[in-house]
Design a protein around this ligand. Sequence first.
Ligand SMILES: *[C@@H]1O[C@H](CO)[C@@H](O)[C@H](O)[C@H]1NC(C)=O
Length: 413
Amino acid sequence: MAVLHNSLAFFLLVFLLGFKTAKSESFLGVNYGQVADNLPSPSATAKLLQSTSIEKIRLYGVDPAIIQALANTGIGIVIGTANGDIPALASDPNFAKNWVNTNVLAYYPASNIILINVGNEVLYYGDNNLKTQLLPAMQNIKNALDAVSLGDQIKVSTVHSMTVLAQSEPPSAGIFDPSLADLLKGLLEFNNATSSPFPINPYPFFAYRDDPRPETLSFCLFQSNPGRLDGNTKINYMNMFDAQVDAVRSALDAMGFKNVEIIVAETGWPYKGDSDEVGPGIENAKAYNGNLIAHLRSMVGTPLMPGKSVDTYLFSLYDEDLKPGPGSERAFGLFKPDLTMTYDVGLSKSIQNQAATPQSPVTQTPASPSPKPNGAGRIVPEESTSDAQLQANFDYALVICVCFISLFTSYNS
Ligand SMILES: *[C@@H]1O[C@H](CO)[C@@H](O)[C@H](O)[C@H]1NC(C)=O
């Protein structure tokens, strides 16, 4: 009897493992910032990515070497235009056409470009002139893509910092800054009409920095905590990531854009920082990124968007040693220049399961987005897209099933 059950369990386990390796984790992306003088070669980076479950990479600009190195890997590539190109893109359709010829057609489809971000955090960094030129620039890029019949395959958007929200607590009360409402309405109509995503940069790290209590830290790191109750919805939020993403969801819904998809263009946690910084450290960084990845893999979603994982681009692939600002700005890298892991968060394809148990959402309180996500550095522009992921629930059910069978088996033996 026990033998029979054991082999059954073994069989299922093997099946499950095979399944896991094969499964798509299209929701997992990574940022590739290049403000550094010690980055590995593009081909080494392409190999590294292929050894992980990361399926998408976001560049801040357009770097031919890395785009070419990623050719025929299937890895989704998000590229971006510089903020400085926005005026020309907005005023001159030919400039946009040339931009697409040079930066997209030269590499596509061998290199799987999936999204073009026009500018980066323009509503935060830009002057008024630049802000009003953003939408026309996006439209001209979109027109240029349509002209070569790529408008459906390659989406156009722009990346936002969490500062576009005036309020994020509780999540159900998330609302955009009224002074940006007109601009955002135009951008969101564009996202909605073209089925392009709304990329935003939530950083629980900054929320903790601004409210450095132990319970806030566990809430931010997906660790055991009492949760935070959203009094309007009676949802008890269990982690800051869900709370921040749902605040964005609420803000979009409040403007009538329930169908515009959110993608997390950046999120991360630094593994070291200056002595006066609150929060950086290997343990915290490993907990945040590892638990976030497990949470995404669980496919449980957020309380307001259950059952699917938001496309998330981790920040960042490597440290950027030339970034200005506090020490933490130069310590977000998941991998070192010699391609070893800075700390293990279970991204490696062969061992994909360790780090962290998923933590599901359900419940409660608000979370605050960072006031200004990082001032310093994400210097170069750009953004990303996303796509689908399903399947998760199925994996989850399988895991539970196998646990069950294992239990049953040990009980019988
Ligand atoms: C979003 O797009 C759909 C389909 O094109 C349209 O029917 C709807 O009115 C749009 N929503 C908003 C708020 O513009």
